[in-house]
Design a protein around this ligand. Structure first.
Ligand SMILES: [Zn+2]
Length: 150
């Protein structure tokens, strides 16, 4: 997320600007538009579907991002109390991580995009990260799947 915030993610368009030839410039998730960080996380139809499902899972207000910096403020406008806001911020970061990881798997290992698998991975990884960070009140998988963290 640090690299995303600094616009230093090695997307295909960013690499082309630095004279690195990756062949196609198209998005590693949808293959419909040129790949930029803004496209990958904010306007790619795959990402939009994933954000929708994450919003439904976490029972947030509808999630809208117009540019990358909106990702860092999303937890403040998603309609949560203070504690859930921080948990949701972690989920936003995990969502970006899994989208990037899926993109890399598609580009380098001929993987296939499955929004269902992406959302399953987000829930599983965020569950592990949350459990490791949370010192008391261990949460169950069932409660995590209904985003019942309190
Ligand atoms: Zn795309």
């Amino acid at each position: 997320m640090w690299r995303v915030g600094l616009d230093r993610l090695p997307t295909r368009l960013a690499l082309k600007i630095r004279n690195c030839n990756m062949g196609s410039l198209m998005c590693g998730l949808c293959n419909d538009e040129e790949e930029t960080a803004e496209h990958l996380f904010c306007s790619c139809w795959v990402a939009l579907e994933v954000w929708h499902q994450v919003g439904v899972w976490c029972k947030s207000t509808p999630l809208f991002m117009f540019e990358v910096k909106d990702l860092f403020k999303l937890h403040n406008v998603a309609g949560f109390c203070k504690e859930k806001r921080m948990v949701f911020k972690g989920n936003v970061f995990v969502t970006c991580w899994i989208l990037w990881k899926t993109r890399n798997d598609n580009v380098f290992n001929n993987g296939k995009t499955s929004t269902e698998k992406i959302v399953q991975d987000i829930k599983a990884i965020s569950f592990l990260w949350y459990r490791i960070r949370k010192k008391k009140d261990v949460i169950t998988w069932d409660k995590w799947c209904s985003f019942d963290t309190m």
